[in-house]
Design a protein around this ligand. Structure first.
Ligand SMILES: Cc1cc2nc3c(=O)[nH]c(=O)nc-3n(C[C@H](O)[C@H](O)[C@H](O)COP(=O)(O)O)c2cc1C
Length: 214
């Protein structure tokens, strides 16, 4: 067993940058973008990495995916439409996202519903991916059991040969999802664990903001 004491004793005192509902924008997207920019400015590695939580018949499931676009419609990521997460989203599109920027003592949580982006949007993004990533999308039956690494590498060689000398088309089983948010929460670490939390909740007229107890 890994001893838990060294982990339990890890403790970081957070700073005193306030997060005040009154001075935050009315729209959570604007607030998210400001947070995201602060993570980028602080050179947080892969600030667009976010944990995506879905529901399965056996309980929750979570994994990291990369945010590839955000606008007033929601948060977009790309994946395999036959993967475990895609099957879970087909059965229950309600999901959660978490951005963890511990370097700047910030977190963003999102709850919403995932919908597939348009085919044109997926194609436009697929076209700008590096060729090796495009080929990888064809080679990998994401989430399926693989008998060995060699089988995957042989598949990669086969698709590399198949598309030699021409553009790699988007696989029919690959594309984007947009998580349309209903709740967005910004979290700012503060001293003595008296953190600031601001939750945006979608209402008929737009969004309402609440300060939550840490
Ligand atoms: C930093 C990081 C970024 C990732 N980005 C993606 C991504 O954008 N899309 C994706 O399908 N998987 C991505 N993955 C892999 C997923 O975490 C996961 O292993 C994969 O999507 C299969 O998940 P599933 O079996 O639950 O469908 C990423 C993993 C890491 C660690």
């Amino acid at each position: 067993m890994i001893p838990s004491a060294p982990i339990a004793s890890l403790r970081q005192e957070y700073g005193d940058a306030p997060l005040d509902p009154a001075s935050l924008p009315a729209d959570p997207l604007a607030a998210f973008l400001a947070f995201f920019e602060s993570a980028r400015a602080a050179e947080v590695p892969e600030p667009n990495a976010m944990t995506l939580a879905t529901s399965t018949t056996d309980g929750p499931s979570a994994r990291i995916v990369l945010l590839k676009g955000v606008d007033d419609r929601g948060f977009t990521f790309y994946t395999n439409y036959a993967s475990a997460k895609a099957k879970e989203l087909a059965a229950d599109p309600r999901c959660g996202l978490v951005f963890s920027w511990v370097e700047i003592q910030r977190q963003v949580r999102v709850r919403g519903v995932a919908e597939k982006v348009s085919r044109e949007e997926s194609e436009a993004y697929f076209r700008v991916r590096p060729r090796q990533s495009q080929l990888g999308a064809w080679a990998s039956a994401q989430s399926e059991v693989l008998p060995s690494r060699e089988v995957l590498e042989a598949e990669m060689r086969a698709v590399t040969e198949r598309f030699e000398g021409r553009d790699v088309p988007i696989p029919p089983h690959w594309g984007g999802y947009r998580v349309v948010p209903s709740v967005v929460e910004l979290w700012q670490g503060r001293r003595s664990r008296l953190h600031d939390r601001v939750r945006y909740t979608r209402i008929a007229e737009g969004w309402k903001k609440d300060r939550l107890s840490p």
